[in-house]
Structure formats: structure tokens, C-alpha cells
Design a protein around this ligand. Structure first.
Ligand code: GDP
Ligand code: MN
Length: 396
């Protein structure tokens, strides 16, 4: 589950990570009230108005702007809320902004220069350990840093049996070139950040930039936080942080009816039972020269009602040019699935894309007969390759 910056910062702060403080606002007048309150609480006289959408690179798209007085707060917030923000991380249509974070300005001048760093906490799947990835090149696109100056990216791997050790946090501060008070602040920041990552059951923290202020404080200016969905049962207070407006509407709907659906970019819709078979089916589609339009695991009970729900979800994607149904009848009998497909097809009326059904397992032969005699424009197959060939045929 992805969070908004303001929500991520609240979680960080609850574990003692210093953040750029801010108050979220839904409209321009709320933004002005928020700015006044922020000045009372922090003494700030300038503000940063930040679009809250689930996408990075907001600054580049005009979604992060400095306001030097309350009038500018009102103007800028009014412009950003309601805008269609296009950033390098959104689609070409952009994302509608529903709210802004009014944050204190933390780039104020002082005894030293401000410095921006990059820091993330994530799982290294190669070693099976969490790691902190960090760089002196903050505020930049980390993919670009990785490509052009990979030696400026450092990692610190954490041994799960002992957790992050203080010497490791000091090494981070050292590699970032810090000394004195900023060095101490950074070690505290890193320790608190890692604790927050583990205790919140997150799967990604990306703080870009981490800022060293001109008075040598270290704080999170931005926060991309992804919580592990599978651990949400342990964090009932995080469940409400989900903002469905930010998620793929087809995926949201699929979830509501209990289907395991992931939207993809291709043209062949797939309906499969079992995640492993779904992956194999996607490979099959690629081999046949198509591109999977989705991942869809209908689960064990592929009855008519479920097949119909799955059809409806798949057909919401206008890119779908063919549907491949690949069901293994282990627990469920193939003839029941076939009847389900036929009933669903008749119920749905006009399905315009060709459908290829491959049923294998218990009563596969009866199932094939049912499909072939149904009089519907459904192609049946029993072998994997046969199904692939038929997908290829209908695509050309
Ligand atoms: P992103 O573009 O979506 O990654 O949003 P960020 O939260 O990282 O903000 C983008 C940029 O805005 C940062 O890299 C900073 O350069 C700038 N910025 C953020 N907060 C402040 C602030 O308090 N004062 C000033 N002057 N600039 C800020
Ligand atoms: Mn950022």
C-alpha cells in the first residue's frame, strides 16, 4: 500500500524521525489556516506547497512551490489543488491533485550551506536482508545517479539477528561527508529511520531529499512510504490511510469482489486459477507474440458467477484484443468451469473479443465437448501449445 507524503511523514515522526513539518489542506482557505497554524508551531515565515499524489518528481511537474506570504499560499494552493499534475512518474494524462501539504520552509540561510542527500530502506532480494541505500546526490533522480555516477551510491546491509548497529549508522554519516553536530544528527536519523521501517512493516522507504539544514539538523523533506499489505492486520490504524482515488480503478474493483488482479500494458486478457499457472500463462502469451493485459488469478472456485466477474473486469481494459482462459481442474471440475464460461458468456451478451479456453484436468474431455457444442464463438484447447497457437491466430 502506497502512502501520501504527509502520511509517510506522520509515520516517520511517530518513531522519532525528524521531518519537515506540515499540515495537509483540501482547499485554498484551509491552506491559509494551515500556514498560520504552522507559523505558530514552528516560527516559519515561508512555506512550501506540495501536491499530494502517489507519484514522485512533483517538483519537476510544478507540484512543489515556495510561498513567501499568506497571499501566495492561497494563490499557489488554489492553483495546485484541482490541477492535473504530470510528472516523469505519472502517465501522460497526469494525476488529479485533491490536496496539498503546507510545509515549513527548511532551506533557510544560516551558518552553513544546506545539503541534500538520498536515502532509502528496502529489501535486498538477492541477500534476503534489509538495506539502507544512500547517496550524496540528493534531490536527483536516483536511477540517473545509478547510471552516471554509481560510485556515489552506498549501501549498508542489516543483519536481521542484531538489527542496525550504531557503527553502521556512523559509517553512513561518514560516507555522506558529515562532521560535528550534523554527523551526530545523521546517526540518530538513520537509527530512527530503520526502527520506523521495521516496526511499521514497510517494504519501502525513500527519502529524497534528506536535508542537512543550515543549522546542521538532519530531516526528511520528502517521504515515499510503502507498507506491506500482508502486514496490515498488525496495523489497524494504517488501514484508513489507503487513498483509493490514487489507485488503478479496475484493480480496486477486482479487489472488492475478491479477485487477484494486476493491470498490465498488453493486449491479451488472461483468466487463470492459481498464481503459478497465471505466470506460466503470461509467458505463453508472450511466446505467441502477444503481451498480457493483466494478471488474474480467479482462485479455486471458478464457478459461473466468478467467471462472469472476471470477464467484466478484464473487459474494462479497452486494450484487450483476446482473452485466454487457462484453468486447471484439480479441485474444481473442468465441466463446471466450462458451463460457467458458457453461462457467463450468454449473460454478458456481446463479448466482442475472441476467447480461447484451455481446460485441463478432471473431466477436461467433457468440458471441451460442452464448449465446442455451445455454438458460441469460443475456441477450445486442451494442450498449452494448442492454446498458444490459437492466441496467435486470433491476434493476426
Ligand atoms: P518530489 O519532486 O516529488 O520528489 O518532491 P520533494 O518533496 O522532494 O520536493 C522537490 C524539491 O522541492 C526538493 O528537492 C527541494 O529542492 C524543494 N523543496 C522542498 N522543500 C523545500 C523547502 O522547504 N524550501 C525550499 N526552498 N525548497 C524546498
Ligand atoms: Mn523527492
Amino acid at each position: 500500500m502506497n502512502l501520501h507524503e504527509y502520511q509517510g511523514k506522520e509515520i516517520l515522526s511517530s518513531f522519532g524521525v525528524r521531518i519537515q513539518r506540515g499540515i495537509v489542506a483540501q482547499n485554498a482557505s484551509e491552506a491559509v489556516t494551515a500556514a498560520k497554524q504552522l507559523t505558530n508551531e514552528t516560527g516559519t515565515s515561508w512555506y512550501v506547497i506540495k501536491a499530494q499524489v502517489h507519484a514522485g518528481g512533483r517538483g519537476k511537474g510544478g507540484g512543489v512551490k515556495l510561498a513567501k506570504n499568506l497571499q501566495e499560499v492561497e494563490e499557489i494552493a488554489g492553483k495546485i489543488i484541482g490541477m492535473n499534475l504530470i510528472t516523469p512518474q505519472t502517465s501522460a494524462e497526469g494525476k488529479k491533485v485533491h490536496q496539498v501539504l503546507v510545509a515549513e520552509d527548511v532551506y533557510y540561510p544560516g551558518e552553513s550551506e544546506t545539503e541534500e542527500f538520498y536515502m532509502s530502506v528496502l529489501l535486498n532480494r538477492g541477500t534476503g536482508r534489509n538495506m539502507i541505500m544512500y547517496s550524496t546526490e540528493g534531490g536527483m533522480d536516483i536511477e540517473t545517479v545509478a547510471e552516471e555516477t554509481p560510485h556515489l551510491i552506498f549501501t549498508e546491509e542489516i543483519d536481521p539477528s542484531v538489527g542496525l548497529l550504531p557503527f553502521q549508522a556512523r559509517r553512513v554519516a561518514f560516507n555522506l561527508g558529515l562532521s560535528g553536530m550534523a554527523f551526530k544528527e545523521m546517526t540518530k536519523f538513520v537509527m530512527a529511520l530503520y526502527t520506523a521501517y521495521v516496526k511499521s512493516d514497510s517494504s519501502l522507504f525513500e527519502i529524497n531529499p534528506v536535508l542537512k539544514t543550515s543549522d546542521n539538523k538532519i530531516l526528511a523533506v520528502d517521504a515515499k512510504v510503502t507498507i506491506d499489505d500482508n502486514a496490515l492486520y498488525r496495523h489497524k490504524d494504517y488501514v484508513d490511510l489507503r487513498d483509493l482515488r490514487e489507485e488503478n480503478p479496475i484493480e480496486v474493483e477486482a479487489k472488492e469482489v475478491g479477485l487477484n488482479y494486476v493491470d498490465l500494458d498488453g493486449n491479451v486478457g488472461c483468466m487463470v486459477n492459481g498464481a503459478g499457472l497465471a505466470m506460466a500463462t503470461m509467458d505463453l502469451i508472450k511466446q505467441a507474440g502477444g503481451e498480457p493485459a493483466n494478471f488474474l488469478d480467479v482462485g479455486g472456485t471458478a464457478d459461473a458467477a466468478r467467471v462472469e466477474q472476471a470477464f467484466k473486469i478484464i473487459l474494462k481494459d479497452p486494450a484487450v484484443k483476446a482473452i485466454l482462459i487457462n484453468i486447471f481442474g484439480g479441485i474444481v471440475r473442468c465441466d463446471r468451469v466450462a458451463q460457467g464460461v458458457i453461462d457467463a458468456y450468454k449473460n454478458m451478451g456481446n463479448i466482442e473479443v475472441p476467447i480461447i479456453v484451455r481446460l485441463q484436468g478432471t473431466n477436461a474431455d467433457i468440458a471441451k465437448e460442452l464448449i465446442d457444442n455451445s455454438g458460441l464463438a469460443v475456441l477450445s484447447a486442451t494442450e498449452f501449445q494448442e492454446a498458444a497457437d490459437k492466441v496467435q491466430e486470433v491476434l493476426v
